[in-house]
Design a protein around this ligand. Sequence first.
Ligand code: PEP
Ligand code: MN
Length: 337
Amino acid sequence: MIIVMKKGTEQSKVARLIQELESKGMQPVPLYGVERTVIAVIGDERILDEHHISSFPGVSKVMSVLRPYKLASRETQTEPTIIDVKGIKIGGKTIAMMAGPCSVESEDQIMSVAKDLSKMGVKILRGGAFKPRTGPYSFEGLGEEGLRYLRQAANKYDMAIVTEVMEIDQIEKVAEYADILQIGTRNMQNFNLLKAVGKTQKPIFLKRGMSATITEFLLAAEYILSNGNPNVMLCERGIRTFETETRNTLALATVPLLKELTHLPIIVDPSHGTGKKSLVAPMVKAAIAAGADGIMVEVHPNPEEALSDGDQSLTPEEFKDVMKEARKVALACDREL
Ligand code: PEP
Ligand code: MN
């Protein structure tokens, strides 16, 4: 951390700040210039609160050198994290395809889609059993019954499951059935939930908050990592902007940017990212080209009858074409799918 003092700050104020920094275990090195004093702080600055330091009399500017997220940062771990989900490696050369309906609606629905997807080589089945809905009159999922259908389908077709957990009280139940716990966009800053899933060893699929900055996204991951769970993957699912033509704005530059900032695997969800089925295929290809480690797509056997997100869901037949196209892009990018 670099602390720039205001012009002509009295020595006593500089001394007071130095004392504070030393009491936090830092090694402050004051550099006395002609006009102002600059303090270079040696030590792990992440334990310092920038706002607290800024509040000291005489302080003009505080500049952090290290990222505020320690465990998620590439500065701490240069090698990529590879998460093993029942033998499926996420974060390596192979791109992890995750697909399935927005919500689990019936045993037949999830069985039928799992059958089709597994034939295409999809190894991770998605489907919500506990659904966060914008309004209280929408379908909220089948709960544990949905988890049971998911598990039966996944077992039958040798797939892993990713499904959302909305509350601390649901973690134990969802973890009994699921292989990956999803934290939805609306819960990205539910810090108590993040801490609680951090205390499990289940892989976590953390979706970006729809209004979250990249730093906030990585700090949310840091909550999980710092509670002892190293298996976190990050999902870009689009953010809120002034645009109304698409449901969200799918920020694909996030992918290479996150790759620079963190070692965690990056997934892209073009279904929620665009809200339009016609945009899913091109965005899958673009996401792979941008360096994504995985893709999540909503696929429903009968989108027009879906209880949620039918307008952005592909049929299995349509998704088959997406897989074909995606494979070509993966190959061109020296990846596998
Ligand atoms: C979902 O994937 O089912 C979902 C609700 O996504 P998000 O949290 O990104 O809206
Ligand atoms: Mn959905």
